[in-house]
Design a protein around this ligand. Structure first.
Ligand code: AMP
Ligand code: MG
Length: 324
């Protein structure tokens, strides 16, 4: 059952407690309804992908109550400071390098070294973020491929029964998604047009370049994003039935024998647990490779159902020939 909450102090506190407990809460923003989870909790973030039925992991926007809180988790530059002062709270998302001790789970950023952050303008969203006191990862609150939801009824039609609660704060004003601007490279690049126009951005920071968004199927969006890791350095072999001398094992369920180094995604074959661990595991495998003389990652079979599809998509792209 999905609880329908209202924008009262008591319900907001309850919604914040649900987020803190690792549950999903949908809430209205000035753009569309977002499906929120504690961004620091990889298990909670995995539930977002599961509820949406996304066949791949794509990076999520992290929402904050204040710019100062957002800028503790990323490395802002002068343009980011100017744009935040002018457009936050509001429908502008900034992509910046993750701060060194950024507590946001790698899964929320789909393994990238950058993070998308925003301070929404809707009073109920802000109250929730304030009450929760941490970063909330929130894509639009619809099933994958569905229309972006601008009412609580839309959210329930798609996700009813799959999420803990929705805060009904009436219809969204903008109905457009946030503008996504990448400030992590040398030139500001528009990744998605939205509620703040390019002209308005350019009036503050000068010329903005049009860019290709990061989509499933792309390893790198543009040369400006070369620093972003979408794939591990080690090549990947899927559906492994045995492990060779020079291979690390990425286990799912009781591990195959003989690996010099292994990481378990989920001993009990739980796909949510495996999704939550995936990006940390890939980073760890890359880090350990020199020590153990590893040349490849052998991945045990993972069922292609539910979150397993997104996990296999991610690993499959890591297995595919590299274009860099
Ligand atoms: P949604 O959450 O459904 O509104 O979509 C989020 C948008 O932000 C998508 O277009 C993502 O590709 C984009 N995005 C989020 N994080 C990043 C990032 N680190 N780098 C580039 N694009 C991002
Ligand atoms: Mg969406």
């Amino acid at each position: 059952m999905t609880e329908i909450l209202h924008p009262t102090g008591r319900d907001i506190a309850h919604a914040a407690a649900l987020l803190a407990a690792g549950e999903l809460v949908a809430f209205g923003t000035e753009t569309v309804y977002g499906l929120g989870a504690d961004a620091r909790n990889a298990q909670a973030v995995a539930k977002i992908y599961a509820a949406k039925g996304r066949p791949s992991f794509n990076p999520l926007i992290c929402h904050y109550a204040r710019a100062a809180a957002a800028f503790e988790h990323v490395v802002p530059n002068a343009m980011a400071e100017k744009l935040a002062a002018k457009f936050w709270p509001g429908p502008l998302t900034l992509v910046l390098p993750r701060a060194e001790n950024c507590p946001v789970s790698l899964l929320a950023g789909a393994g990238l070294e950058t993070l998308a952050v925003r301070v929404p303008a809707h009073p109920v969203a802000l109250q929730l973020l304030q009450a929760f006191g941490g970063p909330v990862a929130a894509p639009s609150a619809n099933r994958s491929g569905g229309i972006s939801p601008t009412t609580a009824a839309h959210v329930l039609a798609g996700l009813g029964g799959k999420i803990a609660a929705v805060i009904d704060s009436g219809p969204c004003d903008v109905g457009l998604e946030s503008t996504v601007l990448d400030l992590s490279g040398p030139t500001p690049t528009l990744l998605r047009p939205g509620g703040v126009s390019v002209e308005a951005l350019e009036a503050v920071i000068g010329p903005v370049q049009m860019g290709a968004p990061i989509t499933a199927g792309h390893t790198l969006a543009s040369p400006g994003m070369l620093a972003s890791h979408y794939a591990p350095n080690l090549p990947v072999r899927l559906n492994a039935a045995t492990v060779a001398e020079d291979e690390a094992l990425l286990a799912f369920g009781p591990p195959l024998p003989g690996a010099k180094f292994q990481i378990q995604l989920s001993e009990g074959k739980n796909l949510t647990e495996a999704a939550a661990k995936l990006f940390e595991a890939l980073h760890e495998l890359d880090a350990q490779a020199p020590k153990f003389g590893l040349a490849r990652i052998a991945v045990m079979p993972i069922p292609n159902t539910g979150l397993g599809r997104a996990i296999n998509d991610r690993l499959g792209r890591a297995a595919a020939p590299r274009d860099f």
